[in-house]
Write a protein that binds this ligand. Structure first.
Ligand code: BDR
Ligand code: CA
Length: 315
């Protein structure tokens, strides 16, 4: 099977960290050219360190994947952190250490541009699990990359679900709505995993225990991260655990049959302070406009957790 060439852009973040472990555990299927980090859940220095920590915990060939540091601030708005959901370090209760390997030289935005210009057009996928600042800045720095991107597969937005930071906006889009507007308005094929899908993929004590039982350092780290989120989110009344947002785009690349996608238009609200970062997802075709977005409406939650367990068992 051909490996999928991709760059993973993230702001770890507890669920980004699990997405990273899933990607590092799947290098037989994913040709991961690099990790690019952005300020988001926590500050830029922390997200880059956290990505390097996860790379070290994954070990093996993961250590060959370069980690590039990207943008420290959103394009226009003031930064908003989400450390109340991810802990002060961004990685919940994980013991923080300084990773042995440094960040790669050069800026993440340059790495994205150079990779897309070098590789054959239409081959490199961008997976984005944080604010879209790096990708939007790359598109603005070198517009010639836009038609060369195979697809942007991202976690962000909400339609059927309400927002998770404001009444109508999801965190990643709200944290840099102007970047999301640039990317979503670029015409590049998009595959969007918003809260409608990711809220269906929730941890349970049994699912976390299954990961922990795998026994490897990486699997125990994943269990610790999910336990941290579960402690914040576990709702005794509904029995709903913490949603596993960011692993969904990576899981889709590995097992697309786990999700249902519907073609749509997607526009990002940037004019209204009240609904800033709202994603207007429209399933009805609009004359003269290509339906270049696929919106995830359903996720097989048990399937995603099985995939995670199967993959982490390889680390
Ligand atoms: C998104 O927001 C972040 O806090 C998470 O890492 C995820 O990417 C969910 O809204
Ligand atoms: Ca994230």
């Amino acid at each position: 099977m051909t490996r999928i060439p991709l760059i993973l852009d993230c702001d770890p973040g507890v669920d980004d960290a699990v997405a990273l472990l899933l990607a590092f555990a799947s290098l037989d299927r994913l040709d991961l050219r690099g990790i690019t980090t952005v300020a988001g859940n926590v500050g830029l220095a922390q997200t880059a360190r956290n990505a390097r920590m996860l790379r070290q915990l994954a070990g093996g060939t993961a250590e060959r994947v370069p980690v590039f540091q990207g943008c420290a601030r959103p394009m226009v708005r003031e930064p908003i952190a989400a450390d109340h959901f991810h802990g002060e370090s961004g990685l919940g209760n994980l013991a923080i250490f300084e990773p042995a390997l440094p960040v790669a030289p050069g800026h993440a935005v340059h790495f994205i541009v150079e990779t897309l210009l070098r590789e054959p057009a239409g081959t490199v996928t961008l997976v984005v699990t944080g604010p879209m600042t790096n990708v939007a800045m790359a598109m603005r720095l070198e517009p010639a990359i836009v038609p060369r991107i195979r697809q942007v597969v991202f976690m962000g937005g909400a339609r059927a679900e309400a927002g998770n930071v404001t009444a109508s906006a999801e965190y990643n889009v709200h944290a840099d709505p102007h970047a999301a507007a640039v990317v979503c308005g670029s015409g590049v094929p998009l595959v969007a995993f918003g809260l409608d899908a990711t809220h269906q993929v929730r941890s349970t004590p049994a699912r976390i225990a299954k990961l922990r039982a795998l026994g490897s350092v990486a699997a125990r780290a994943a269990a610790d991260l999910l336990e941290f989120s579960a402690a914040l989110e576990w709702n005794v009344a509904t029995g709903r655990g913490a949603p596993l947002h960011d692993p969904c785009p990576v899981a889709w690349l590995l097992a697309p049959e786990l999700f249902e996608l519907v073609p749509c238009h997607l526009d990002v609200e940037i004019a209204s302070p009240l609904t800033l970062g709202h994603t207007a997802v429209e399933f009805r075709p609009q004359p003269g406009r290509a339906l270049h977005v696929r919106w995830a409406t359903r996720a097989d939650d048990a399937g995603v957790f099985d995939l995670l367990a199967q993959r982490l068992a390889r680390l």
